[in-house]
Write a protein that binds this ligand. Sequence first.
Ligand SMILES: Nc1ncnc2c1ncn2[C@@H]1O[C@H](COP(=O)(O)OP(=O)(O)O)[C@@H](O)[C@H]1O
Ligand SMILES: [Mg+2]
Length: 227
Amino acid sequence: MNDPGITESDVLSCVTSGDQLDHRGYQGNIHTGQVGEHKILVKSAAGRGPAAWLNRRMLRREYLIYERLAGISGIPRCFGYFMGRYLVLENVDAQTLRDGTITDRDGYFVEMLEIIKAIHERGIAHGDLKRKENVLVTRDSRPCLIDFGVSVFRKPGFHPFNHFRHNFSHQHDFNAWVKHKYNRNYQEISPEDAKYYQPLLIELIARHIKRAWTKLKRIFKTSTDKS
Ligand SMILES: Nc1ncnc2c1ncn2[C@@H]1O[C@H](COP(=O)(O)OP(=O)(O)O)[C@@H](O)[C@H]1O
Ligand SMILES: [Mg+2]
């Protein structure tokens, strides 16, 4: 359901004359603007032909997930999905986990875990929280989770493939929380947090590839520095 306070023309004027975020995502562009008291952020589905169709479907799916998560503190408010291609969200006053400053680390990560549990309770596993761009630090140093583009909703009934994907993403969310909390220093995980960390096979493989790649780059750099 679209918010009655925001109209199609508000959304169009944000897309045509609002500020564009310096970001090109998988689906399209992001614009920000102000409508009355609301600071809004518009995610647009771009592309042509089959790509456009797919992007619109994905963005609509993301909209439905934001709707399911309505009211959870730490998830941006969703104002609706307009004209079959614009997802309109509250523009949170925040920076990404990559750029933001956390003043109270313990409090921040306790709250982030609560948000993850709250979205899981609504049947949604995020699935892409390892990316620091999908975790925000608000101006008052609190967590906010965004980008439900690859999230998985657990379907009731017998859906083995869906349940497999959901369980995978569910664990992935907790592993992401541990990764951020401990800054990848997995050997420092407290006994209390150890129960949340169960590395998935694919994560272990990815970590080995990443380490080998970093090592290779270092070797290459030292050999070019010497020559
Ligand atoms: N509701 C929001 N409030 C503030 N910033 C946001 C919000 N949604 C997205 N952003 C910003 O836009 C960036 C891209 O958004 P995201 O939803 O992750 O798009 P994509 O699906 O293209 O990765 C984020 O990293 C963040 O900086
Ligand atoms: Mg993202």
